[in-house]
Design a protein around this ligand. Structure first.
Ligand SMILES: CSC[C@@H](O)[C@@H](O)C(=O)COP(=O)(O)O
Length: 353
């Protein structure tokens, strides 16, 4: 059975999400009923990963509006309420563009709606949000096959890959982006091995990617972030680094989990191909370069302790940026559901608009 981070039951209109703070030890689903719940689970990283937070945010607002519309028949008032909830949900986490793009799309649904009742407006929002869930899985499968095909053309036979953070089923509606490419390589017998970086400070690699790789029985090894250089130097069959994205600027600069940039520097040094995998919803054409991307800073405790156990000397100052920006010139290819864009003295992403 495939892992499901987000479950939506259309009959009961019930949204539940897998509590990623409890993984890999416990598999517990929590219900998200409204925008307040959605904001809370996104901010606390009960759900995380750019596509997953966009879907949960959209569904949370839609369900909130459905509930509100049961007592509010006026379509205009429901539209006002939905607008305010959408503005609120995007304040939960700033770096991934997918959530604010989903909010913009839902605002367009509101603007275009000719529904005469509050319930009519609410149902249009819900329909859109539910469709995001299905579309994401289909997009990830395309990213997976596009990426695997591109890699197979660059290399000779099966490869070992290295990845950072968690970009799999747990970060999306299913299958994953960078981890989708790993899954696709494996299904075509093109994967020798995958190395997952632990991804300090929040350990998405050790807790979540490792969980997915064990679940799917892929040939995989966990390493600390500080082992990446030695890994590339010692194992020449590591031919590709595949990573996800939280926001790709128009020039290809890519914000992703902290540690991605140093992996890209190491890949360049060792002649390892560096590939960003992302749905086109992660591309922000309004941002000309990565310099404009707002990087979320997380609480100090995520660094000074591991799952509640203190590991740092009390009183030490902490800098804890959740993401970094990899300059486009370190990226060989950006793989999307619409195709692969190669770095040809820069990226021309315009056809993905
Ligand atoms: C398909 S997930 C892409 C990115 O969102 C992922 O690589 C990442 O950086 C996730 O960060 P997180 O802080 O765990 O939400």
């Amino acid at each position: 059975m495939s892992l499901e981070a987000i479950k939506y039951d259309a009959q009961s209109q019930r949204l539940t999400i897998l509590d990623q703070l409890k993984l890999p030890h416990e598999s517990v689903y929590v219900e998200v009923k409204n925008a307040q719940d959605g904001h809370d689970v996104i901010k606390r990283m009960v759900v995380r990963g750019a596509p997953a937070i966009a879907i949960v945010g959209a569904l949370a607002v839609a369900l909130d509006v459905v509930e509100t519309a049961k007592a509010e028949p006026d379509a205009e008032k429901v539209k006002q309420y939905a607008t305010e909830r959408l503005k609120y949900i995007v304040t939960s986490r700033p770096t991934a563009v997918n959530l604010s793009r989903a909010a913009t799309d839902l605002l367009s649904v509101l603007a275009a709606s000719s529904a005469q009742s509050g319930a009519g407006v609410a149902n249009e929002l819900l329909e859109f949000a539910v469709k995001m869930l299905a579309d994401d899985v289909a997009d990830n499968k395309s990213i997976g096959s596009n990426g695997a095909e591109w890699i197979s053309k660059q290399t000779d036979g099966p490869v070992a890959a290295v990845t950072v953070c968690n970009t799999g089923s747990l970060a999306t509606a299913g299958y994953g982006t960078a981890l989708g490419i790993v899954r696709s390589l494996h299904s075509h017998n093109l994967l020798k091995h995958v190395y997952a970086l632990e991804t300090r400070p929040y350990n998405q690699g050790a807790r979540l990617t490792a969980y997915e790789l064990v679940h799917d029985k892929l040939p995989a090894t966990l390493v600390t972030d500080s082992m990446a250089a030695s890994l590339m130097a010692r194992f020449p069959d590591v031919k590709v680094a595949v990573v996800g994205a939280d926001r790709v600027a128009a020039n290809g600069d890519t914000a992703n989990k902290i540690g991605t940039y140093q992996l890209a520097v190491l890949a360049k040094f060792h002649g390892v191909k560096f590939i960003v995998a992302a749905p086109t919803t992660s591309i922000d054409f309004e941002m000309r370069s990565g310099a404009e991307i707002v990087i979320e800073e997380r609480p100090a405790e995520e660094l000074t302790s591991v799952q509640g156990v203190a590991v740092a000397a009390p009183g030490i100052g902490v800098w804890n940026p959740a993401f970094d920006v990899t300059p486009a010139n370190l990226i060989d290819a950006i793989v999307t559901e619409k195709g692969v864009v190669e770095n040809k003295n820069g990226f021309d992403l315009t056809f993905l608009k």
